[in-house]
Design a protein around this ligand. Sequence first.
Ligand code: TXA
Ligand code: MG
Length: 326
Amino acid sequence: MKANERAKLKIQSLTLNETAEVEKGAEIIKRGGLVAFPTETVYGLGANALNAAAVASIYETKGRPSDNPLILHVSSVEMAAELVKINDMAIALMEKFWPGPLSVVLPVYEDKVPPRTRGGLDTAAVRMPDAAIALALIEKSGIPIAAPSANISGRPSPTDAETIRREIGKKIPLVIDGGETKFGVESTVVDLTGKNAVILRPGGVSKEMLEAALAAKVLLPQDQNIIKRSPGTRYRHYAPLLPLRLCKAGDTPKDNGNWAWIGTSHPSGNPKVKVLFQNTGEYAKELFRTLRKLEESGTEIIYAEIPDDKGIGSALKDRLIRAAGE
Ligand code: TXA
Ligand code: MG
């Protein structure tokens, strides 16, 4: 399996310091405790996925609704195959995109994965993260790690360790610091339980990339008669403490009020704070951190430029729409 080989190579890039942190983390995970750790998307709040009590403490720490299932993080394809029933579509996608920002939803082995981990569903999402610390933590623990984003439920996902220390640091024994995450938005969640793959949450692996790998049409929830959804999409997400409105660069307010602008091009009006990104990738990477920073900037409202709906832009647009509560 190429995915496994890539994961092994990735783990070799761990520094000595990181190895020591991972060893501490693995001991905590094995004892049923919580560890916050970096992945390539956002930071996760991890626990032993097979231990219902450990998983319950994730929900409690985040204030997460109990019917919202967790993603199971694995360090090998074999580990995934012990949890969920892998099919041909899954093999094709794992080989192409793992380790990477792709979670696949498959029928679960119900005797293996506690209902608490999967929100009582008969499916589960599995993902192999593309970050040395995350992969090594799973491998050292020797168990799949259930990990939602390491934020209080409903708040923007953390993309650096400092944000976690401030928000939930007191409640958890260890935050492993791996610097800023690469993508800044969470993984793509794709349902593989039907005839066609269905994207439940857009992320770092785009619809076009999935279609090329499967040589088949990939559906969006709105393409379906029966709307399949990720339970997580029912809840308000990524909510900044300030109101957020989406607009085109040319449509921004002309007044001299107390507003902030974020986007890749200049607004037409005159904001109090202007945050400009080089490109859509940087916009996505910096979005959640920027939303949190703007809460402390003294502005009253954030206007965010709508990105192009392709590549990482689809994931970014999805998060912006949800941050706006639209
Ligand atoms: O990038 C990521 O995916 C990050 C990092 C830490 O890996 N994790 C993450 O987890 O974003 P969380 O819990 O914040 O989001 C998981 C999403 C939720 O929308 C949840 O409803 C969905 O995945 N999900 C999990 N299991 C599912 C299942 N069996 N069926 C449908 N959706 C599922
Ligand atoms: Mg989350």
